[in-house]
Each structure stands twice: as C-alpha cells, then as structure tokens.
Ligand binder design. Structure first.
Ligand code: KG4
Ligand code: ZN
Length: 335
C-alpha cells in the first residue's frame, strides 16, 4: 500500500478536526471546527465544555467528509487519531469515534502523539525537509525545543518550566484587556507599537539550559502595567510590542544556541504561536545569517488540525504498526 487513504481525527483541545489524506503528504479533505467562541467568555478552554462540543461535532464532521468528497467509507485504508497529550475527555471523544470506524471498516487503527503531529505539519508542507533538523513547537499548551535526528526519533532539549509560550501570550493579552485567545491580537497591536518603549526581561535561565520560563515575563508586564497604565503617555500597543519582542528574542536566542551547539542549521517551527509573524521574521533572519533555513507550516497547519495527525499516523504506522482496540488516551503523553 504505497499511498493509503488515511482518515484522521483530532480532538485534543478545542478544535474538532477531520482530514482525509492520500499517503502522508496529499490532502484530499480537511476541516477544522474551532470552539474558541464558546470558551471566550471563560478566558480559556473549559475541559467539560470542550468534550461536549467535540461529541456534538465529531459524527456530523465525519459524515460530511465523505459526502463532500464522494468517497466511500470502504475506500479508507488507515485510521489515525490523537491519543495525547491533551484534555482527557476531549481525547476520549476522538478515540471512541476512531475505534468505531476502524472496527466497522476493519482497517488498522493508529494512535498518534499530538506533538508528533505538530512536527509532521512540516513534513506535510515541505517536500524537501532535511534530517537532522531542530524544531521549535510553541502552542498554548507546549513549548518544546527538539533535536529531530530522524523521522520519529527525537531528543527533547528544552521545554517550559512554567507557562507555555502561547499561554504567556494569552495571559498578557488578558492583562492588556484583550479577548481570549490573545496571541494574534497581541501581534496585531504590536504592529502599531514600539518594541523598544518598555524594558522587559529576556529570561534565559542557566547558561547551558535550553528550558524556557515565561511566568517571570508575565509578572514583569503586570508590574509595569501597574506603574504605567494611568500615565498620559501609556500606549497599550507599545506594551504589546515590547512583550512580543521579549518572547520572540527568548525563543530565538535559545534556538540559535542549539544551532551553535549541534551544528544543525535547519529548524522547523510549529504550534499555534508559529503563526506569529515577528517570530518567523526574526528566526528566519537569524538562521539565514548562519546559512540555515526556517521551515514553517502554513498558518492553518500550525494550529491543531487533523491533517498533521494523518501524516504522523502514516509514519507511526510504518514504523510501529497499528494499535489494537485497547488503545486508550494519554493526557500527559511525553514526546
Ligand atoms: O496550537 P494551538 O492552536 O493550540 C494548542 O495546542 O494550544 O495554539 C494556540 C495558541 C494560543 O495560545 C494563541 O494565543 C497562540 O497559539 N497564537 C499566537 C498567534 N496565533 C495564535 N501567538 C502569537 N502570535 C500569533 N499570531
Ligand atoms: Zn497543539
């Protein structure tokens, strides 16, 4: 089976997504249903609300995938589904749907590590992805700096000790009076601001560490806001730009340190924060300076989606074979 028809489901957080791929790189159908508007009033994702919404969406979305493509259910060769990390109730919905499909269609079932999915987004977008490469996965839940030695062989070099990069964006956005999720809104405000206006720390931890810590930066913004927000010359856009620059600098500094240590000059970016234009711009420039290249997925494939899960399912299945029906959810699954 050179190019199996892969059906994939992603329900790890607040996006219900289904995709059909022919082989690991050809998207036949892809749909993402975001729950953001439902969670907005709560200022973050409410797990129980997320599970219920996935339950409501998953079956109609599966049916729609087949009715819109005109494909028969029997054409499917492989089912991929996110098994973790993520919200337990949300993951269970996807796993149950995937198991039912695999059982009814009598095709292999593959549980996918959501982080492998984010990494696979770049496989999906770039035909010429080189190995080894480095990878920065930055989302609302994760901040991972990874040495990718081969397909599905990873060495985790750094992670966050507190807030994830996206979480720092969201919490700071809230402090600046923006809605959830605030990452893209901070970027938009920052485009009209001066990043040199407010001095904020680049928290780099120990000299030899690739870990990140963003909670100190968030606190620094809060303290600065207390001092500045009632002054006549306070400008929210300047605060947003100064904060964004501090996060971006911290991420770029660590990535470039790892480039220097390993001699690996190509780096992939993924996760929701990969949509950040300033991060892309600064990383790209820093890599170009040392003769490296930045690989980033399209914005739609940066965020949580089932297409990347299908790609990761293909490679997981090729390497490890299928799962059986005891497949469970792994909310804290490591890389
Ligand atoms: O990968 P993702 O869609 O979901 C998780 O698995 O978390 O990432 C969502 C995160 C949110 O924290 C959101 O604020 C952030 O990505 N984000 C951004 C931008 N677009 C989304 N952060 C900074 N700049 C952006 N343009
Ligand atoms: Zn994600």
């Amino acid at each position: 089976m050179d190019k199996p028809l892969i059906f994939a489901i992603e329900t790890s957080c607040d996006e219900t997504s289904v995709a059909i791929l022919r082989g690991p790189k050809e998207i036949v159908y892809h749909k993402i249903s975001s729950q953001i508007d439902i969670h907005k009033p709560f200022g973050g994702v409410v797990p129980e609300v997320a599970s219920r919404k996935h339950l409501e969406m998953v079956n109609p979305m599966i049916q729609e995938a087949f009715s819109e493509t005109g494909l028969a259910y029997s054409a499917v060769d492989l089912i991929g589904v996110t098994k973790g990390p993520g919200l337990v109730g949300a993951l269970l919905v996807g796993i149950a749907a995937a198991k039912a499909m695999a059982f009814a269609l009598d095709v292999p079932l593959v549980g996918v590590n959501h982080m492998h999915g984010h990494l696979a987004a770049n496989e999906l977008c770039h035909a010429d992805l080189p190995y080894p490469h480095l990878s920065l996965v930055v989302s609302g839940g994760h901040t991972y700096l990874i040495e990718v030695t081969g397909r599905l062989t990873y060495r985790l070099r750094g992670t966050t000790r507190d807030d994830a990069a996206g979480e720092a964006f969201d919490k700071t956005a809230r402090a600046l009076g923006m809605e959830y999720p605030g990452g893209a809104l901070i970027q938009k405000a920052a485009e009209m601001g001066n990043a040199d206006r407010y001095a904020l720390p680049r928290i780099l931890l120990e000299k030899d560490s690739y870990d990140f810590s963003f909670s100190g930066l968030k606190t620094a913004v809060l303290q600065l806001l207390q001092k500045e927000k009632d002054k006549a010359d306070y400008k929210m856009e300047d605060m947003a730009a100064s904060f964004q620059e501090a996060v971006v600098d911290t991420l770029v500094i660590k990535c470039m340190r790892l480039v220097k240590e390993t001699g690996i000059k190509d780096l992939t970016l993924s996760g929701g924060v990969a949509a950040n234009a300033r991060l892309r711009e600064k990383l790209e420039a820093a890599l170009q300076e040392v003769g490296g290249r930045l690989y980033a997925p399209s914005v739609i494939l940066s965020t949580d989606n089932a297409a990347m899960i299908a790609t990761a399912a293909y490679y997981t299945w090729k390497k490890h074979g299928p799962d059986d029906f005891t497949l469970g959810v792994h909310p804290n699954l490591a890389l």
